[in-house]
Every structure is written in structure tokens, then in C-alpha cells.
Design a protein around this ligand. Structure first.
Ligand code: KIV
Ligand code: ZN
Length: 385
């Protein structure tokens, strides 16, 4: 199976999520955990953005040994110099240079003509090539760019020394077909593209970040940029855990592997949620509190007989003990008896029937019946036994 590299940008794009900034110590701890998770590349920050970010990137660059450490820079010399100062002590420094190539960004944000943007892209990559052994180049807002023009920018960046070309769906605008079509276009039109690693970077504004990422992998993209819990600007970035688990569970389809230590996913997710003070929605795929919870009687019955009836992901895969059966108004007798057994109370059929009526009445009034409720419900049977 071919390998897809995982590029984690929780500490850069993820940290751009409103109210989610981390202090230096937290950033270092997150970087260490990402290394435990075996991500290939850690984007540690944007060194020119602030003295705090510079210091955090510098510290991470010194401490992290196994993952490649990178930092973001605009296509300007001073950003590249600052990034070098922050990253020069890491084992294998990579710089991530970007410039926008879409008409709206060039005209209204950068106030530059396409030819000026092309020149800036090529000059900045050549300049960085003097010190950085690895250069990643991104066409910001690639998915809304004019593809023939963007292809010229990519060709220039490759000739100047870029070895990774990243094409972001910066505003989360593409459908999966459009996003993978963009990669097919550059593969067919950019001379030298076969020599570089193609990278995807998807935002989730229309809820398609994971789908777009997976579609691009099917066209030959071999680096995936993502964040833990999908944190990031606006609706966030593609979520690492969703992509990693999709590739794992559907390896029959994607035929790709990552080097991630999958059973570190839940721990990493909880850490980011805690440090960023950003709760995870209960229904969030893979890491939400309800991702492995079952309430409906038919589902509970199936899961008790064989978890795979309703669980395509095993909780153990991401480092959790087991799925949980939640007792509520949709639950059945099988789950109630099972819960009693877990609590050390063995009910006869008649006792199950008796307690089931009371349980249903209680469940109708409450959202979830707790262990405390059940202890009271089962107390008479415990005494009898
Ligand atoms: O979304 C984006 O375009 C980015 C770039 C800076 C890579 O985050
Ligand atoms: Zn982004």
C-alpha cells in the first residue's frame, strides 16, 4: 500500500480559530503529542506573525526530532529570514511559502497584477532555496484561481526549488469532483509536476473538507494537511481523525496507509479540546462523545450480539476502551439486562419485565437514565438476591 503523509497544521491554521490561541508551553506539549501520534510534518506556526509565535516555533524546532517541523511565510524575504531563524536548529527544516493566486485575492487583497504575483512566487522560493533543504509552496485560494495562470506559478515555483506543491481550497468552496479535477488539471499541464509531492489543504465551510481531501488522494495527492478536531478559521480545516480513520477503515477502497499511531487519536483530540477550550460536538465523527454510543433498542441489541452491526470503527482503534450503551427511551430489555449485569446485578426474566416498565416511564421523563437512577430501580432485586 502507498503511504500518504500527514501534515498537521493545528498549531498554525488551527490556532487561527477564534478564541483558540495557545501559549508557548501548550504549543510545545501539543507538538510533542503530535510527534507521539507519528504525524509526518508539524506546522508549528507562522514565525513572522508575532514574537510569541516565533519563540514557540523555535522551541518546537529544537525539541521535536522525528517529525519534520515547518513554519509559514509569505512570499517576502523578511518572512523567510524570520522563518529560517526560528527553524534552523531543527533536523530537517521545511519552509511553507504561500501567495494567493485567485483573481479576487490578487486584485483586492494583495493589490498586485498576476505577473507581479508570479515574480514574487518565483523569487521567494529561489531565495528560500539558499538555506532551506525543503520548500513547500502554496497557491492560496487555488480552487478559485485561473488554472492556466496558476499552472505557470506552480511551474516557476518548482523550477526555483519547491519540492511540495500545496493547493488549498482556502474558503471551502469546492465539491469533491472540482477539487480532484484541479489536481488532475495541474498533473496534465505543469511540466515537472511529477517530481514534486502534491498536497491538499481543505477548509470546511460547506462541510466537505474530509470528502474533498479523500477525493484528492484518489488523484495522486500524497500529503494531507489537516488539524486535530478540525479546528481552524471559520468552519475549520479537514479533521485529521476523520481522514486517518476513513483511510484505515476503508483501506479496501483507498488502498493507502498513514504512519499514524491510531490509538493516540482520542488522547490528542481531548488535549486540543482542553487547551483550546473548544468543546467537541457530541456527534462529531470519530471523537464526539456519541460517536460510539447507542441508544435505540434495535441498535443496542445488535451491538450486544456483534459490535460490528452498528460500529464500523472500533473504539479501541483510536485508543478508547469500548463503546457505550446509553439507556434512554428508545432502549430495550436486552440493554437493560446487560446494564444490570455490568453493575453486578443478575436479573431474572420476571425482574427484567418488572423493572422495564418503571425504566420506560422514567426514560420518558428524562433524556438519559443514569447509573444512579438504575441503582435505585434495581435495589429491590438486589435485596431479594
Ligand atoms: O487555507 C489556506 O489557503 C492556507 C494557506 C496559508 C496554506 O492556510
Ligand atoms: Zn488554511
Amino acid at each position: 500500500m502507498e503511504k500518504v503523509e500527514i501534515y498537521d497544521t493545528t498549531l498554525r491554521d488551527g490556532e487561527q480559530s477564534p478564541g483558540c490561541s495557545l501559549n508557548e508551553e501548550e504549543k510545545v506539549q501539543v507538538a510533542q503529542q503530535l510527534e507521539h501520534l507519528h504525524v509526518d510534518v508539524i506546522e508549528a506556526g507562522f514565525p513572522a506573525a508575532s514574537p510569541e509565535d516565533f519563540k514557540a516555533v523555535q522551541k518546537i524546532a529544537k525539541i521535536v526530532k522525528k517529525s519534520t517541523v515547518t513554519g509559514l511565510a509569505r512570499s517576502i524575504k523578511s518572512d523567510i529570514d524570520t522563518a529560517w531563524e526560528a527553524l534552523k536548529e531543527t533536523e530537517n527544516p521545511r519552509i511553507h511559502i504561500f501567495i494567493a493566486t485567485s483573481p479576487i485575492h490578487m486584485a483586492d487583497k494583495l493589490k498586485k497584477s498576476p505577473e507581479e504575483v508570479l515574480k514574487m512566487a518565483v523569487e521567494s522560493v529561489s531565495y528560500a532555496h539558499k538555506c532551506f533543504p525543503q520548500i513547500e509552496f502554496s497557491c492560496e485560494d487555488a480552487s478559485r484561481s485561473d488554472y492556466p495562470f496558476m499552472s505557470r506559478v506552480i511551474e516557476g515555483a518548482i523550477k526555483a526549488g519547491a519540492s511540495v506543491i500545496n493547493l488549498p481550497d482556502t474558503v471551502g468552496y469546492c465539491s469533491p469532483e472540482e477539487y480532484s479535477g484541479m489536481f488532475r488539471y495541474v498533473q496534465e499541464h505543469v511540466p515537472g509536476i511529477e517530481k514534486v509531492r502534491l498536497s491538499c489543504h481543505c477548509h470546511n465551510d460547506l462541510g466537505m473538507a474530509a470528502a474533498n481531501t479523500l477525493a484528492s488522494i484518489e488523484t495522486g495527492v500524497r500529503q494531507v494537511e489537516c488539524t486535530i478536531n478540525g479546528v481552524g478559521e471559520r468552519a475549520g480545516n479537514a479533521a485529521l481523525e476523520e481522514i486517518a480513520v476513513a483511510l484505515h477503515v476503508r483501506k479496501d477502497h483507498y488502498k493507502m496507509m498513514t504512519q499514524l499511531k491510531m490509538n493516540e487519536i482520542a488522547k490528542t483530540s481531548r488535549m486540543i479540546s482542553r487547551f483550546m477550550n473548544s468543546p467537541i460536538a457530541a456527534t462529531k465523527p470519530v471523537v464526539g462523545a456519541n460517536a460510539f454510543a447507542h441508544e435505540a433498542g434495535i441498535h443496542q441489541d445488535g451491538v450486544l450480539k456483534n459490535p460490528q452491526t452498528y460500529e464500523i470503527i472500533s473504539p479501541a482503534l483510536i485508543g478508547l476502551d469500548s463503546g457505550k450503551l446509553v439507556l434512554g427511551k428508545h432502549s430495550g430489555r436486552h440493554a437493560l439486562r446487560n446494564k444490570a449485569t455490568e453493575m453486578g446485578i443478575h436479573l431474572t426474566d420476571e425482574q427484567v419485565n418488572q423493572s422495564f416498565h418503571v425504566f420506560k416511564a422514567l426514560a420518558d421523563q428524562k433524556k438519559v437514565v443514569t447509573d444512579q437512577d438504575l441503582r435505585i430501580l434495581f435495589a429491590p432485586f438486589q435485596r431479594a438476591a
